[in-house]
Design a protein around this ligand. Structure first.
Ligand code: PNS
Length: 188
């Protein structure tokens, strides 16, 4: 392979070329965002220059929070990160990634139980667009048992979920399930 093609194929450039901005899409339902998600984003930023957190808007899937509410909670939780953008998408993930000039999809993997679905998703996305690579990060040990669904279930019965989600999410869950009056920052 000529050096020209090698650099083209591996997305590497020699030292005289301008630095490539590595952008990854971190997609998900984020209903709601958890500290496990934030851990993946923080660690993803050690690999990528920029991360676009992409919330799937799927009216066919029942969610507790609207896409707008999910976006707002993510934005508040990520306000310290200038290189993270939060967006809402619909349709195919690989089409959205291509539209945003991202060539990587970032996903967190908690346990073996996640593997089959993640493997299927990654292979289908690769089949749909071979230019986009899926990158998996193992979830930090602290967040292995943290999931949006289990947190919603605990919160619905008034369980203490502090420390598992950002403060804004904890507040919003309490409002949703009637354990606290709505706050002015996020309207229900
Ligand atoms: O947080 P989730 O629910 O596990 O995220 C799943 C998500 C949003 C990554 C996945 O459902 C998705 O990418 N949906 C968009 C449609 C799509 O491209 N599906 C994969 C190929 S069929």
């Amino acid at each position: 392979m000529s050096s020209e093609n090698f650099f083209k194929d591996t997305n590497m450039k020699d030292k005289h070329s301008p630095k490539i901005q590595r952008t990854a899409i971190y997609p998900g339902s984020f209903d709601p965002v958890t500290n496990g998600h934030l851990d993946i984003i923080e660690r993803g930023l050690k690999i990528f220059d920029r991360i676009i957190v992409a919330i799937l808007h799927n009216p066919a899937k029942k969610s507790l929070f609207t896409a707008e509410e999910r976006k707002e909670m993510l934005e508040i939780s990520l306000e310290d990160f200038s290189n993270v953008e939060v967006d809402v998408f619909d349709g195919l993930l690989v089409d959205y990634a291509a539209k945003r000039n991202a060539n990587a999809i970032l996903r967190g993997m908690r346990a073996v139980s996640d593997f089959e679905y993640e493997f299927q998703l990654a292979l289908m996305n690769r089949r749909l667009n071979r230019e986009i690579q899926t990158v998996f990060l193992m979830t930090g040990l602290r967040w292995i048992f943290t999931s949006s669904s289990i947190i919603k279930e605990a919160a619905a019965f008034g369980g203490n979920i502090n420390g598992m989600v950002p403060a804004i999410v904890s507040e919003k869950l309490k409002e949703k399930f009637g354990f606290r009056k709505p706050q002015s920052r996020l309207q229900a």
